[in-house]
Ligand binder design. Structure first.
Ligand SMILES: *Cc1c(COP(=O)(O)O)cnc(C)c1O
Length: 356
């Protein structure tokens, strides 16, 4: 009765912190660094915007999400609201765009975001996973070599989750230019705010240089709004038009629309928080180095490190188990607030008391 390609799909296994929260267990004694969330709550501007709409929750929101599209367009010079895609998280933006193509193959690096193979299975597309280089870097030559006449899209997660490695803007541009015109490039920039390479600026403009490029971003990470589920994309008018045809009519809820709009308008404060994360990321990487641990230098708000999740947990720090991400024996540690990061540094140096 069911489509055979769905058989390998399993329900998403959430990190331990989500399971603990669902079970109502006290988790305060742990630093929760599993999911690449921001350690801080939403900006006060976003919180105020949500409070302001609470009494209107009986009403449907603007199904076109016009105000948010306008603000996103203003924040990305050269784009018009008609170039902006919106969705219930950038997950929906990526999914909607993938739905636009005929059945075929989707190429992406691996390890990368677990949603990519899942989306391919749901849509009946064949996932072609191209290994990262041994350094963890994205292998653009191998990705290009994997493109065939059956390829409909390439997904590049930049910086890549979970490795934290990234391609420079020039490398991405070169890659986009080398792709055939009829193969879409889905550039997943969920962590773009944490890139500290000053030349990685204005990447959304790739969508105007190349008609086949979508740049997808999210309010779930640097904006600290993961709970509200809002993402956006920038693309040529063609992709944006078709993506809107398949989008569920009211996929972005009222609270999400107003909070994301307020947060985007206050983006200088978001950038300031991202700078804090970047500084803390450097501090954690130093502490890993001093502890003699292997780690992959990261451009995201997380670091892959050669230290096991149970070892972290004994020190009161919950991280994403590397096994689930293609790095057995390693962990992906989200950069937290100062106190949480102190605990991470203490854990790897063996300076902590065990948590009971
Ligand atoms: C977190 C993340 C997203 C964002 O997902 P949302 O649906 O916007 O919450 C997208 N891509 C990657 C690689 C991520 O890690």
């Amino acid at each position: 009765m069911f489509r055979a390609e769905l058989d390998p799909l399993k329900p998403y296994v959430p990190p331990k912190t989500w399971r603990m929260a669902a079970e109502g267990k006290d988790e305060d004694r742990y630093a929760k660094l599993t999911s690449n969330e921001l350690a801080f709550g939403p900006l006060p501007e976003a919180e105020a915007a949500v409070c302001e709409v609470l009494s209107r929750l009986n009403r449907y929101p603007d199904s076109h999400v016009s105000r948010l599209r306008q603000v996103v367009a203003e924040a990305n010079p050269g784009s018009a609201p008609s170039n902006v895609l919106v969705g219930n998280g950038s997950s929906e933006v990526l999914f909607n765009v993938l739905q636009l193509f005929p059945a075929g193959e989707v190429v992406f690096p691996w390890p990368s975001f677990s949603l990519y193979p899942a989306m391919c299975a749901i849509l009946g597309m064949k996932a072609r996973q191209v290994p990262l280089r041994s350094s963890g870097d994205l292998d653009t030559e191998a990705l290009l070599a994997a493109v065939t006449s059956e390829t409909r899209a390439v997904i590049l997660c930049n910086p890549n989750n979970p490795s934290g490695t990234y391609l420079t803007l020039e490398q991405v541009r070169e890659f986009a230019g080398a792709l055939p015109d009829n193969v879409a490039l889905l550039l997943d920039e969920a962590y773009v705010e944490f890139i500290d390479d000053p030349s990685y600026r204005g990447s959304h403009a790739l969508a105007f240089e190349f008609d086949n490029v979508l740049v997808a971003r999210t309010f779930s990470k640097a904006h600290g709004l993961a709970g509200l589920r809002v993402g956006y994309g920038i693309a040529s008018g063609g992709i944006a038009d078709y993506a809107e045809r398949v989008r569920f009519p009211v996929s972005v809820n009222l609270a999400g629309q107003v909070a994301a709009t307020a947060s985007m308008l206050a983006r200088e404060k978001v950038a300031e928080r991202a700078r804090f994360v970047i500084g803390e990321r450097a501090r954690l990487q130093r502490s890993f180095g001093e502890a003699g641990l292997e780690y992959i230098p990261s451009q995201g708000n997380f670091i892959m490190v050669g230290f096991t999740a149970p070892d972290f947990e004994r020190s009161g720090v919950l991280v994403r188990e590397g096994e689930a991400l293609g790095y057995p024996g390693w962990s992906r540690v989200t950069v937290g607030n100062r106190g949480e990061n102190d605990r991470v540094a203490a854990a790897v140096s063996g300076r902590t008391e065990a948590v009971s």
